[in-house]
Design a protein around this ligand. Structure first.
Ligand code: FAD
Length: 331
C-alpha cells in the first residue's frame, strides 16, 4: 500500500500548526495550536475499541473541558477525546511502515491495462495500482471521479461542506485575567468555539501566555470566505475581545481558512445519502471512496471517517476480480 497526500505531512483535518516568532525581548517564541478537529466522540463499539487501544498506547486522551461560565452547554452527551501531544500524531502512528508521498496533489486518475495511474500536475507516478481509494473531502473527490463514476462525482459535488475560518495565536496574559475554563460556545456573534489550547490534555502550559484557537461559525465563514485574511483576523480578534470582555494582547496570531471543514449537520432532502452505505466501492474498477461525507446520523467527523474507512477496508480485502481490459474499455 502507498499513501499520497497533497499536504506536507500527515493529519489532514486532525491538524496542529507549529509556529515560531520573535518575541518582544528578541527571543524566539514557539507554540503548537490545534486548528483543525477540536476533539472527537466515540459512540460506536468499533470506534470505542480503537480509542481504548490508542489510549493504552498513550496517543489518545479523554478531554473533559471546563466550560466558560458564559458558554452554551455542549451538545455532546459522550466524552471527547484528543490526540496527545498534537492531533496529527494519530495519523503518523497509523502510517508507520507505510510508503508515503507528501506534496502530491492528485489531479488525474487513469486506468491502463496494467492498473491505475496517478498524476499530480506534470508529475506522473511510475507505479500502477490494482485499487485506488479516495479518502478526501467530497468537493475534492468529485473532479477526480468525473468520467470514472459520474454518479459518484455528481453526488460528491452536491455535498455542501461547511467552511470555517479559524484564528489561532498566543497572547500575553496577566494573572488577573486568568480564568480556569478551557472551552466556550458563544451564544451570539461570529464565533462558534473558543478554546484555551494550552489547557487541553497533553499540551504544554506557557506561563504568562494564553494559547487561543477560535473557530468562526460556518454561516459567518461562508459569507466571508473570500475576504482578505487580514480583514478576517481583525474581525475574529475583535469578536474574541468582545466575548472575553477584555483586550487580547497578541504576541503572534494567524488565521486559517478551511474550505471544507465539516459535512453539513444532518441530511436535508436535497442532499440525501444513498441508503446506508458507509463508503463507495466499485469492485470491477478497483475504485473506492470513504471519509466523513458518509456520516451524519449521530456518528460524525473523525469517528465517521474511521468507520467509513474500516467498512471500505473489508471490501478491499475481497480480491479484485476486474477484467482490467474490459473495465478500461468501459471508461
Ligand atoms: C475546524 C474543524 C473542526 C472540526 N471539529 C471536529 C470535531 O470537533 N469532532 C470531529 O469528530 N470532527 C471534527 N472535524 C472534522 C474532522 O476533522 C474530519 O471529519 C476528519 O478529519 C475527516 O477525516 P478524513 O480522513 O475523511 O479527511 P481529511 O482529514 O480531510 O483528510 C484528507 C486528506 O486528503 C488530502 N487531499 C485532499 N485532496 C487531495 C488530492 N487531490 N490529492 C492528494 N491529497 C489530497 C488532504 O491534504 C488531507 O490530508 C473538524 C474539522 C475542522 C476543519
Amino acid at each position: 500500500m502507498q499513501v499520497f497526500d497533497k499536504a506536507r505531512g500527515a493529519g489532514g483535518r486532525l491538524a496542529t500548526r507549529r509556529f515560531e516568532w520573535i518575541q518582544e525581548n528578541g527571543s524566539e517564541g514557539r507554540a503548537r495550536l490545534d486548528h483543525g478537529a477540536i476533539g472527537f466522540a466515540a459512540r460506536s463499539a468499533a470506534f470505542q475499541h480503537f480509542v481504548v487501544e490508542m489510549q493504552s498506547q498513550g496517543l489518545i486522551t479523554p478531554w473533559h473541558p471546563a466550560l466558560a461560565p458564559q458558554s452554551l452547554p455542549l451538545e455532546q452527551d459522550v466524552p471527547l477525546y484528543v490526540v496527545s501531544p498534537e492531533m496529527p500524531l494519530l495519523c503518523k502512528h497509523l502510517l508507520a511502515g507505510v510508503q508515503t508521498h507528501w506534496s502530491f496533489a492528485l489531479d488525474r486518475l487513469t486506468r491502463e491495462d496494467a492498473g491505475w495511474r496517478l498524476q499530480a500536475g506534470e508529475q506522473r507516478h511510475p507505479d500502477t495500482f490494482d485499487a485506488v481509494v479516495l479518502a478526501i473531502p467530497p468537493a475534492q473527490a468529485a473532479p477526480l471521479l468525473n468520467g470514472l463514476r459520474d454518479d459518484w462525482a455528481r453526488f460528491a459535488s452536491l455535498i455542501p461542506m461547511q467552511p470555517g475560518w479559524t484564528l489561532m495565536g498566543v497572547a500575553r496574559e496577566d494573572e488577573a485575567q486568568g480564568s480556569e475554563w478551557t472551552l466556550a460556545r458563544p451564544e451570539l456573534g461570529p464565533l462558534a468555539w473558543v478554546i484555551r489550547n494550552d489547557r487541553r490534555p497533553g499540551r504544554v502550559a506557557d506561563p504568562g501566555h494564553a494559547h487561543w484557537v477560535v473557530h468562526a461559525r460556518a454561516g459567518w465563514s461562508r459569507l466571508n470566505l473570500e475576504q482578505d485574511a487580514g480583514w478576517v483576523k481583525h474581525q475574529l480578534c475583535t469578536a474574541l475581545e468582545v466575548f472575553l470582555g477584555h483586550e487580547v494582547r497578541w504576541a503572534h496570531a494567524v488565521v486559517h481558512r478551511w474550505r471544507y471543514a465539516l459535512p453539513p449537520l444532518g441530511r436535508t432532502p436535497s442532499h440525501p445519502l444513498p441508503p446506508a452505505p458507509q463508503h463507495w466501492w466499485d469492485q470491477r474498477l478497483g475504485l473506492g471512496v470513504c471519509g466523513d461525507l458518509f456520516t451524519g446520523t449521530g456518528i460524525e467527523g473523525v469517528e465517521g471517517a474511521y468507520l467509513s474507512a474500516m467498512a471500505l477496508v473489508q471490501d478491499l480485502q475481497q480480491p479484485v476480480t476486474a477484467d482490467l481490459a474490459a473495465s478500461t474499455d468501459a471508461l
